[in-house]
Write a protein that binds this ligand. Structure first.
Ligand code: SF4
Ligand code: MG
Length: 324
């Protein structure tokens, strides 16, 4: 199927400044040479520990963080070439859902006003059409039109996330970047919101990037999953392949930490040793070498590149490189 988004060698470095002259002493390499393609109608999960660059990747795609280097091709348009006005128009087609719906909804506005705002910003419809669309979308996300006059604090966490999702849908976007949309919710509510997102994807022909810190959360919603570590994409594969045959030692460790419901299939716990290194001073070579049980001499020196090792499965690890 069609490639909707192509992220090409994307980098986002945040400069570190020190001293009274704010001398540039280094960079936090939040996103470091990330490339992937996203197909229309699919869900790509992006997973990693906090600080791995997954949220920054999402924001750099939308240019909420200006990329340091690299290209982002969305629906045939090179986003990094656009001026602010052109970019503003594209944001109609790319919307975000955030982790904390309470923080992202203006507490002084009614739900109606919150949902109407993106329509006003993008000049969609007249007042009556906008009000009708607000009511329609409240129902689409499982709320009801009598909620329109209420304020965010009058809703539960799960309902607030439904409002956050409705707001993202108001402009009929093609791509939704959901940044830990269920992480702040109770486990019992998480499944409801995930089911809603899947239903909306089918009904509205949406494409998702679904960011999470936990491989368990994205398993059922994702067609493919990418794993990030210290700003790099270290593995990307079709979901079935990733969960059944994880190749990267980091993915293997993350998966061994996911609780397995059936004790017969309990995995050997491959616990990660050591803390995640600082992204301002990442290890040389493979940035995972300080924690990797398979690290070799080469790993300290040479950065492994993401390479396809079989159909639908790419990994950045020297263990899988063809012998020279
Ligand atoms: Fe481990 Fe080396 Fe592979 Fe990095 S490249 S994950 S250190 S084996
Ligand atoms: Mg799907």
């Amino acid at each position: 199927s069609k490639v909707l988004l192509k992220v090409d060698h994307l980098k986002k470095y945040f400069p570190i400044r020190q001293g009274m002259f704010a001398r540039h002493v280094g960079d936090v390499k939040a996103v470091d040479d990330v490339s992937f393609e996203l197909y229309e109608g699919e869900t790509l999960g992006i997973v990693g520990e906090s600080g791995c660059g997954k949220s920054t990747t999402g924001r750099a795609i939308m240019r909420l963080h200006e990329p340091t280097e690299g290209k982002v091709l969305f629906d045939g348009i090179e986003l990094t070439d656009l001026n602010n006005e052109q970019m503003r128009k594209v944001r109609r087609d790319i919307q975000m859902v955030f982790q904390d719906p309470y923080a992202s909804l203006n507490p002084r506005h009614t739900v109606e006003k919150i949902l109407e705002e993106p329509l006003i910003v993008h000049g969609i419809g007249n007042a009556k059409e906008r009000k009708n669309k607000v009511r329609e979308y409240l129902e689409i996300v499982g709320l009801s039109s009598y909620h329109a006059k209420r304020y965010p604090h009058q809703f539960s966490g799960g309902q607030r996330q439904r409002i956050g999702i409705a707001r993202a849908l108001m402009t009929n976007p093609k791509l939704i970047i959901a940044d830990e949309p269920v992480s702040a919710l109770d486990v019992s509510i998480q499944a409801q919101v995930l089911n809603l997102m899947q239903r909306l994807q089918d009904d509205l022909k949406l494409t998702y990037i679904f960011i999470a810190h936990d491989l368990g959360v994205v398993r059922h919603i994702s067609d493919r999953v990418g794993v990030m570590y210290l700003g790099r994409l270290v593995e990307i594969a079709e979901s079935e392949l990733l969960y059944h045959e994880p190749l990267h030692p980091y993915t293997q460790a993350l998966l061994s930490a996911v609780p397995v419901p059936d004790p017969v299939f309990e995995r050997e716990q491959l616990l990660l040793k050591g803390d995640i290194p600082s992204p301002s001073n990442p290890p040389t070579g493979c940035t995972f070498h300080t924690r990797c049980p398979h690290a070799m001499e080469k790993c300290k020196q040479v950065i492994p590149m993401l390479q396809q090792v079989k159909s639908g499965h790419s990994v950045a690890c020297h263990l899988y490189e063809a012998p020279q």
